[in-house]
Design a binder for this molecule. Structure first.
Ligand SMILES: [Ca+2]
Ligand SMILES: [Ca+2]
Length: 350
């Protein structure tokens, strides 16, 4: 463990003792700098306001709760020669070289997204369309009675009127006790708008997979090849029988806080499981086996790539909580298990 990661964890531990988990978010985010303008990586510009203390509080926040890590330049094997789901285009394996870049440590949380919406007035596509897809096991009977259509290939997905990021299971749901959970029901377009506001961008699929692997080469998961080392859970997935029985042995029936479960070797949380994460690439299942340098995916397409699987993934039907695994949705799609995190260029670094 390097010094910066040790300091980060020590600081989190001390503040965890002083402040409750959600209280620290309220104190450091909502109150002190809820009106701050973000530029660059969110630390470079501040609105003039009478709260000059905000500047120092923001700096403290950045020091004690850093939001991004710098991943070193490197070459890695993207994809796999042992695809779990071959039709997804998990192979062939190919050598990919990347420049250094920054990656969000956490999935973007409801609290993060609320700051964005407060600052910009952004209306998500789910809100514009008036509905979004929700797993039927989480929908109240009252709302379920009003739904008359489902997805033939996946009947557990139901379009729920009034489901959006503030109401993940429908209009009678709330996120008030889930502000540190990943934001859901955000389309690729919404996610791109958030990252642009934060002075960032969505990661390419190659960057996401490189980040997922955490410095390990040709492993299934961010932490190695064994799903549960020493019987411990390293990600928020589905235990039991999908879709009828969720035993939640990992502690969570639905999403978990964005800082739950151990980090990978790059200090990143929940790269697999919890919420699916959008990437900037267009979807295609055919890949060149040639070596690539900072690849950005196909020039065009109809769907965007998402990575990492979610709290709904079980090996029996969605063995996609592996770094090489991938899936896709149209850029205006949203659902109750799909979120994102942002990346940024590391200017001046090789
Ligand atoms: Ca779970
Ligand atoms: Ca995730």
């Amino acid at each position: 463990m390097d010094l910066s990661r040790f300091t980060f964890r020590l600081n989190r531990f001390i503040f965890g003792l002083v402040f409750g988990h959600s209280v620290k978010y309220i104190i450091f985010s909502s109150f002190f700098f809820s009106s701050n303008q973000q530029e660059g990586l969110g630390v470079t510009s501040y609105k003039a306001d009478p709260w000059c203390a905000r500047f120092y509080c923001h700096m403290l926040y950045i020091i004690f709760f850093p939001q991004m890590v710098r991943l070193p330049a490197g070459t890695f094997t993207m994809g796999t020669d042992k695809p779990g789901i071959p039709q997804d285009g998990e192979g062939p394996p190919r050598r990919v070289q990347l420049d250094a870049f920054h990656m969000d440590i956490y999935e973007v949380s409801n609290l993060d997204f609320e700051r964005f919406v407060t600052d910009t007035g952004h209306v998500t596509e789910a809100e514009t369309f008036g509905d979004s897809f929700v797993f039927d096991g989480f929908i109240s009977e009252e709302i379920k009675r009003a739904i008359d259509k489902a997805v033939a290939a996946a009947p557990w997905w139901l379009p729920v009127k009034g489901a959006d990021w503030r109401h993940p299971e429908g209009p009678d749901a709330s996120i008030s006790d889930r502000m540190d959970h990943p934001v859901l029901h955000v389309s690729w377009n919404d996610a791109s708008a958030y990252c642009a506001w934060a002075g960032k961008r969505l990661p390419t699929e190659a960057e996401w997979e490189y980040a997922c692997r955490g410095g390990l080469e040709k492993r299934l998961f961010p932490w190695g090849n064994k799903l549960q080392p020493k019987g411990e859970h390293f990600a928020n997935l589905w235990q039991g029988t999908f879709p009828s029985n969720n035993t939640a042995e990992d502690g969570y029936v639905q999403t978990s806080p964005v800082d739950a479960f151990p980090t990978n070797g790059y200090g990143l949380y929940n790269m697999v499981g919890n919420a699916w994460e959008w990437t900037s690439d267009w979807w295609d299942t055919r890949h060149s086996i040639d070596d690539a340098y900072n690849p950005k995916g196909p020039a065009s397409g109809t769907d965007r790539v998402k990575k990492g699987g979610s709290y709904m993934c079980h090996k029996s039907y969605c063995y996609r909580y592996r770094c090489a695994a991938r899936s896709q949705n149209t850029p205006d799609s949203s659902a109750s298990n799909l979120g994102f995190r942002c990346a940024a260029d590391a200017a001046g670094t090789p």
